[in-house]
Ligand binder design. Structure first.
Ligand code: AMP
Length: 542
C-alpha cells in the first residue's frame, strides 16, 4: 500500500520561491567587487533569478547544459545559483584560485557553455577564453558601463544588460529531482581534477539536514556570513539553507582579509559565520592587535581542515563565540559531521568539553560512517581504534562526473582518504589524511596533533607537519613554521614547548622556519607543495 501524500519533486527552485513568499523582506547584503556595499531582499533575488532563467532560455541552452561561474561570494552569484539550477541547467562553480591552465582544462572537461565572471577575474578570462572551446557566451558580472571596450573576449556582455532585457516572469519547470543541479571539481592526489555532480535531491536533503539545530542551526533570526567561497562546494550549502530558513545572508565579496571580515560581521550584526581555519586566523590576529570585540557573533563553523585547539579557545574563552568544528568533503556536498555537544557534556568542566570540541563531530542525519582496518574489517567505536573512514548517504557521490577514475565505492561506501577514530558517543576524530600520516618506528604519528601544539605557541602564525625519510625510523616528523610578524622564536624554544605536551617520539625532530606555508585554492595547507619546497632538506642526524 502506498502512502496517500502528494508527490512533489525536491527542486532548488522551491527554495527561492519559498524565500520570496515567506521571507520576501529578508536581507541579502554583499560587499561588491566595486568596493561598495549592496543591499537588497530575497524578493529581489527571486525576481532576478527568474530573469537569469529567461536569459538562459533566450540563449537556447538545453536541459543540464553547464553554466560556469568564476566569482566571489555575492548577490549576482546567488542569483545564478537559483536561476541556473532552477531552470534545469547545471551550475559549475570554477575555482579562480587555480592556475589558469587548470581552469581552462576544467571548463573544457565540464563542457561549459556560458561563463559568468567577476571583473576581478577578467585577466584570467582574457588569458583562457580562446582555449575554452565549448564556451559560447561570456558574461561579465557588472553594470554595462564597467564593461571594458577592448577585452578581446568575443561577444562579451554585462550581466546587468543580459538579464535587464528579460522579463521577471518565469514559471520554474518541474523535472526529476535526481537531475544534476551543480558541480564542483576537486583536485585529488593524482591525475586531473574530478567533479562531484550534485543533484536537486541531494542538495535539498543536504540543505535540510545542514540547517538542523545540531548541524548549523540556521533560522530566520540569523545573520549568516559564508566566508567559505561559493566556488567551494556551494559554500557548504549555506546559500540553500539560508533561503530555506529565511536567514539574512551577508557576502564578503573579494575582501577576505581579517579587517574587512571583522568589519562586515560588526556592521551587519552577523550571528553565524563559516570558514576555514586560515581565514579565522587572520581575523583573530587583526582583533588581537586592535583589542577588538564582537558585538553580535554567536557561533562560527570551522572546517575544511583541522581547527587548532588554540583557535577554539580564543573564540570560546576570549570572545564568547561557540565554535562548531565540522568535517566534510567536496564529494559529500560537503557536510558529514558537526561537533555539537550532547546533554551529558553540559555539566563537564571547560577542559573536558574542549576534548569533545576538538573532535570533528557527530554524523549529521543522512550520513553513515564506519572505520575499517587494512583488511577491510570494521573497527569498534571506542575512541581508540583508528582506521580508514568510509561514508554513505544520499548526498555523497556514487561516482565522479563522466565516470572518471571508475567506481570510487567499496561495497557501497565512499572511502574518504581520512584516518579517524569514532568514540562510543559517535564523535569522529580525524587523525590525518591517509597520505599525511607519519609512520615512525612502526608507530603512527598524527601530523594534526603535531601542528596543533605548535599553533598553541604565541609566536606561531601557521604550522605544517610532514614526515621525512629516516634510515632507522622509516619516517620522522618535522614542523615547518611561519612566525607571526614581530615575534621571535628559535628552533630550541619551540621544541622545548613540545615537552610534556605529547609523547617523546611524537615531538618533531626539527623546526624549519618558512616565509609562508603553501596554501591551495580553498585555503588548505598544501603539503605536497611543502614537500617539494623542502626536497633538499636533510634531517639532523639522518
Ligand atoms: P575538500 O574536498 O577540498 O573539501 O577536502 C576534504 C578533506 O579536507 C577531507 O577529506 C579532510 O581530509 C579535510 N578536512 C575537512 N574538514 C576537516 C576537519 N574539520 N578536520 C580535518 N580535516 C578536515
Amino acid at each position: 500500500m502506498l502512502g496517500l501524500m502528494q508527490s512533489h519533486q525536491l527542486l532548488i527552485s522551491s527554495l527561492i520561491e519559498f524565500a520570496e513568499r515567506h521571507h520576501g523582506e529578508g536581507e541579502v547584503v554583499s560587499r561588491r567587487v566595486e568596493g561598495d556595499i549592496h543591499r537588497y531582499t530575497y524578493k529581489d533575488v527571486a525576481t532576478r533569478a527568474r530573469q537569469v532563467a529567461n536569459a538562459l532560455d533566450d540563449l537556447k541552452l538545453g536541459f543540464s547544459d553547464r553554466v560556469a561561474t568564476l566569482a566571489w561570494n555575492g548577490y549576482r552569484h546567488l542569483e545564478l545559483y537559483f536561476g541556473v539550477s532552477g531552470s534545469g541547467r547545471v551550475l559549475h562553480t570554477l575555482n579562480p584560485r587555480l592556475h589558469p591552465d587548470q581552469i581552462a582544462w576544467i571548463a573544457n572537461h565540464a563542457e561549459d557553455t556560458v561563463l559568468c565572471f567577476d571583473m576581478s577575474f577578467l585577466p584570467i578570462v582574457k588569458a583562457i577564453h580562446s582555449r575554452c572551446t565549448t564556451v559560447k557566451h561570456f558574461v561579465a558580472l557588472c553594470d554595462a558601463d564597467k564593461l571594458p571596450a577592448d577585452s578581446g573576449i568575443p561577444g562579451l556582455v554585462s550581466y546587468e544588460d543580459w538579464i535587464g532585457a528579460q522579463s521577471s516572469h518565469y514559471k520554474w519547470p518541474s523535472f526529476d529531482e535526481n537531475s544534476a543541479s551543480s558541480m564542483c571539481y576537486t583536485s585529488g592526489t593524482t591525475g586531473h581534477p574530478k567533479a562531484a555532480l550534485y543533484s536537486h535531491r541531494s542538495t535539498m536533503l543536504h540543505a535540510l539536514s545542514g540547517a538542523l539545530p545540531d548541524s548549523l542551526c540556521m533560522s530566520a533570526r540569523d545573520s549568516v556570513l559564508p566566508v567559505v567561497p561559493m566556488f567551494h562546494v556551494n559554500a557548504w550549502g549555506l546559500p540553500y539553507s539560508a533561503a530555506m530558513t529565511g536567514a539574512k545572508l551577508v557576502f564578503p565579496g573579494p575582501a577576505m582579509d581579517g579587517k574587512s571580515i571583522f568589519e562586515l560581521i560588526e556592521s551587519e550584526k552577523v550571528t553565524f559565520a563559516a570558514g576555514v581555519p586560515t581565514v579565522w586566523q587572520m581575523m583573530l590576529s587583526h582583533m588581537q592587535a586592535g583589542g577588538l570585540r564582537f558585538s553580535s557573533l554567536k557561533r562560527t563553523v570551522i572546517g575544511g581542515s583541522a581547527c587548532p585547539p588554540a583557535m577554539i579557545t580564543a573564540f570560546n574563552d576570549v570572545y564568547g563565540v561557540e565554535v562548531l568544528h565540522a568535517w566534510g568533503m567536496t564529494e559529500m556536498s560537503p557536510l558529514g559531521t558537526v561537533c555539537t555537544l550532547k546533554n551529558k557534556h553540559l555539566p563537564m568542566t571547560s577542559e573536558e568539553k574542549m576534548k569533545v570540541r576538538l573532535k570533528q563531530g557527530r554524523g549529521i542525519f543522512g550520513v553513515d560512517m564506519k572505520i575499517i582496518d587494512g583488511d577491510g574489517h570494521e573497527l569498534p567505536w571506542d575512541g581508540k581504534a583508528y582506521g580508514d573512514l568510509l561514508v554513505k548517504g544520499p548526498w555523497i557521490i556514487s561516482e565522479y562526473f563522466k565516470g572518471e577514475g571508475g567506481s570510487p565505492l567499496v561495497d557501497g561506501w565512499f572511502p574518504t582518504g581520512d584516518v579517524a577514530t569514532i568514540d562510543p558517543d559517535g564523535y569522529m576524530q580525524i587523525t590525518d589524511r591517509s597520505k599525511d600520516v607519519i609512520k615512525s618506528g612502526g608507530e603512527w604519528i598524527s601530523s594534526i596533533d603535531v601542528e596543533n601544539i605548535a599553533m598553541a605557541h604565541p609566536a606561531v602564525a601557521m604550522a605544517a607537519c610532514i614526515g621525512m625519510k629516516h634510515p632507522k625510523w622509516d619516517e620522522r616528523p618535522i614542523i615547518a613554521v611561519m612566525k607571526k610578524p614581530g615575534f621571535d622564536l628559535t628552533r630550541e624554544e619551540l621544541l622545548k614547548f613540545y615537552e610534556g605536551k605529547t609523547a617523546k617520539f611524537q615531538i618533531p625532530d626539527d623546526v624549519v622556519f618558512v616565509d609562508a606555508i603553501p596554501l591551495g585554492g580553498t585555503g588548505k595547507m598544501q603539503k605536497t607543495k611543502l614537500r617539494e619546497l623542502l626536497k633538499d632538506y636533510k634531517l639532523p642526524g639522518a
